[in-house]
Design a protein around this ligand. Structure first.
Ligand code: NAD
Ligand code: MG
Length: 416
């Protein structure tokens, strides 16, 4: 069954959520979890463990944390594992239980092979950053159901992923809580076509610096940026939440998922992180999804889709909460949101530049080599220097990504 959930305005590119055709024959789904040792990966495995009759974990990939990967492998006994390099593969092998000898793949080729393997039904794409693009594309090229957490893939290679999914029948289900909320609120297959959506409203927690005066932002340290008020996440996305770049990347993600222009995606700060996003329809209705700030809800919806399986997350107690509040983002003090919109409007190579400069700048900030407010400056400098270019394939995208990372490092060096 194929449904177009939102009718895009004339001339807008079509979105990714066009095919929701996921077979549900009751047989256990075979999962590959890439980025298994990260925040999303660990949550995905908790969901899988809650329904052992429905999910079989056949493949697990991490990068460097071989101790955790070995623990996960001992618990789920997947057929294949993957790590960053041969030395880690050796260390991992030594930690596995006697008598259990899975294939151990390595490096980008290993991750891609795992994502496209014939015995995998659903790929959880949860590697952080541009490193997630190759395996995501491999999963899409193999026509898999992709539970997509790696939003950077859509920021780097939106057109390529859409075209490949259209050719292979891959189904992309958004794990990112905002996009998953929209997916849940707007319904699934079997419903009649929904009325026109006027706009999508992405909620943002505002991050740890929501109320911090502008002059104090210059002195924000990595420890302060990593101390997120409502979500527990990996370091890169935590810094992105503090700068509001996470919301900027999510605006791009929403436009590309649904085929909408940037003017149709709003951002509102909602510090309680209970309303995960809303769709405003042309009769004034707002359809929202509410739930605990726990990524297992979104992950479980993708893994079980179209079934909705029970889940042991905490329940939202509205009376205890008392109030839900909303406010406008402080865009002048958090320029990353505007930079993301600017890149989206400028063209597909500009979003590659945005993402690469951001990843490089976040790494420099975490290493103590760039102040917090240097992050938007670095990204603006990279966008200013970029004239635009075609980005027809993954190799061109990754070349541009590498070049911008080098240029951002050089920019920071001169500035220091
Ligand atoms: P994390 O840092 O906790 O985990 C990252 C995972 O990627 C780890 O398993 C790590 O081993 C692996 N990895 C890192 N570099 C790699 C490389 N070069 N090659 C292969 N694997 C590599 O990150 P996270 O918070 O779990 O986020 C993962 C992705 O999900 C990101 O794209 C993030 O934007 C997205 N996401 C996360 C959350 C969340 O709540 N954590 C919410 C929405 C979206
Ligand atoms: Mg999100």
């Amino acid at each position: 069954m194929t449904h177009s959930r939102i009718r895009s305005p004339e001339g807008a590119p079509s979105g990714y959520i066009t095919s929701l055709s996921v077979a549900d024959d009751g047989r256990p789904r075979r999962l590959a979890v890439l980025g298994a040792t990260g925040s999303i990966g660990v949550s995905a495995l908790r969901v899988a463990a809650e329904h052992p009759d429905r999910y079989v974990v056949v493949a697990l990939a991490g990068a460097t944390n071989v101790a955790l990967l070995a623990e996960q492998a001992a618990a789920f006994r997947p057929r294949a594992l993957a790590v960053l390099d041969a030395a880690r593969a050796k260390a991992l092998r030594a930690l596995l239980p006697a008598g259990y000898a899975p294939d151990i793949l390595t490096g980008p080729e290993g991750y891609a092979a795992m994502a496209g393997a014939a015995d995998v039904d659903v790929v959880v794409s949860a590697i952080v950053g541009a490193a997630g693009l190759g395996p995501t594309l491999a999963a899409v090229a193999a026509g898999k159901v992709v539970a997509l957490a790696n939003k950077e893939s859509l920021v780097l290679a939106g057109d390529l992923i859409r075209e490949t999914a259209a050719a292979t029948g891959a189904v992309i289900l958004p794990v990112d809580s905002e996009h998953n909320a929209l997916f849940q609120a707007l319904g699934g297959p079997g419903l009649p076509d929904l009325p026109l959506v006027e706009k999508l409203v992405l909620t943002a927690s505002g991050g740890p610096f929501r109320r911090k005066p502008r002059e104090e932002l210059d002195r924000a340290t990595p420890a302060m940026a990593l101390d997120h008020p409502t979500w527990s996440m990996g370091p890169k996305i935590s810094v992105d939440s503090a700068t509001l770049m996470n919301k900027g990347l999510e605006v791009i993600e929403a436009c590309r998922l649904y085929g909408l222009p940037v003017a149709m995606v709003d951002v509102v700060v909602h510090p309680q992180s209970i309303v995960h996003s809303l769709a405003q329809l042309h009769d004034g209705s707002l359809l929202a999804h509410l739930g605990p700030a726990d990524m297992r809800v979104a992950i479980a919806y993708c893994l079980g889709y179209p079934a909705r399986l029970p889940l042991s997350v905490s329940r939202v107690d509205l009376v205890t909460l008392g109030s839900l509040t909303f406010e406008a983002p402080r865009e002048a003090d958090f320029p990353c949101l505007g930079l993301a919109r600017r890149a989206l409007e400028a063209g597909p190579s500009h979003t590659v530049v945005l993402n690469a400069a951001n990843e490089a700048a976040v790494a420099l900030f975490l290493a103590g080599r760039l102040p917090f407010m240097g992050i938007p400056l670095a990204i603006a400098a990279a966008l200013d220097a970029h004239a635009g270019q075609p980005v027809p394939d993954a190799a061109t995208i990754m070349d541009l990504d590498a070049r911008v990372r080098r240029e951002t490092a050089a920019w920071a060096e001169v500035r220091a």
